[in-house]
Write a protein that binds this ligand. Structure first.
Ligand code: KIV
Length: 266
């Protein structure tokens, strides 16, 4: 399978074919997502919650993101790999933003970066794109702004908030982003943005009319159960299966039935 590029995503939008994106954070999960034919792998800063066990994405560092992105890139044959820029890696100055975005491509093998924010991040997106680094925007519920937003809430519910998100979508596109994630917005707003945008929209909790859909892999697989947002569909319950397997091992060792002759050298 040839590598997916940002041009393939534009083509999918033009042909009204849906784009799929999932997160992955390590070698086995990236291989699973890649081999399933998913278009884009996002090495999301959600790894703070689902891998590191912290309660928000804010503590995640550049070095941690580069470490995980490097491993994911190594495992990926065909999906486009997008590295998620962590909190304070692009908000401090345009120079920091370009340098840190560049590290995802130069040191970690990503092919694009994602960052959160609309109108207020337009100049940052423009500068990163000017350096030859494809940028995916992220608007609506932007988890790095959790404290400014007063919690993880659906965004764009009243007219003023709706207008703000429409302006954010326009700003991200005009700044040169190749696509934009819409998180936790009413379906009607995501539909309006997706119909107006020339770049693909990728929704999470934004209804069925986006050009693509993204989920956090650990939510989809049932590996993360601390909380489950309304927009998550669990396609498996791997935590339950893993727990049973580990308990079975313990029981076998306790009872002496493992290792048997079959698993021993004579
Ligand atoms: O960090 C992440 O996984 C994300 C997705 C939820 C879009 O930003």
């Amino acid at each position: 399978m040839p590598k997916t590029t940002i041009l393939d995503l534009y083509k999918k939008k033009a042909e009204a074919k849906k784009i799929t994106m999932l997160t992955a954070y390590d070698y086995p999960t990236a291989q699973i997502v890649d081999q399933a034919g998913i278009d884009v792998i996002l090495v999301g800063d959600s790894l703070g919650m689902v891998v590191q066990g912290v309660t928000s994405t804010l503590p995640v560092t550049m070095e941690e993101m580069l470490y995980h992105t490097k491993i994911v890139s190594r495992a990926t044959q065909s999906a486009l790999v997008v590295g998620d820029m962590p909190f304070l890696s692009y908000q401090t100055s345009i120079e920091d933003a370009v340098r840190n975005a560049g590290r995802f491509l130069k040191e970690a093998g990503a092919e694009a970066v994602k960052l959160e924010g609309g109108v207020q991040m337009a100049d940052v997106i423009r500068a990163i794109v000017a350096a030859g680094i494809p940028v995916m925007g992220h608007i609506g519920l932007t988890p790095q702004y959790v404290h400014a937003l007063g919690g993880y809430k659906v965004q764009g519910k009243d007219e003023a908030a709706r207008e703000k998100i429409l302006a954010d979508a326009r700003a991200v596109q005009d700044a040169g982003a190749f696509s934009v994630v819409l998180e936790a917005t009413p379906s009607s707003l995501a539909k309006e943005i997706s119909e107006a945008a020339t770049i693909p929209t990728i929704g999470i909790g934004a209804g069925p009319d986006c050009d693509g859909q993204v989920l956090v892999l650990h939510d989809l697989l049932g590996l993360f159960d601390r909380f489950t947002p309304k927009f998550v569909k669990q396609y498996a319950r791997l935590k339950d299966q893993a727990l049973k397997a580990v308990k079975d091992f313990k029981q076998d060792v306790d009872s002496g039935s493992f290792p048997s002759k079959e698993h021993s050298f004579q």
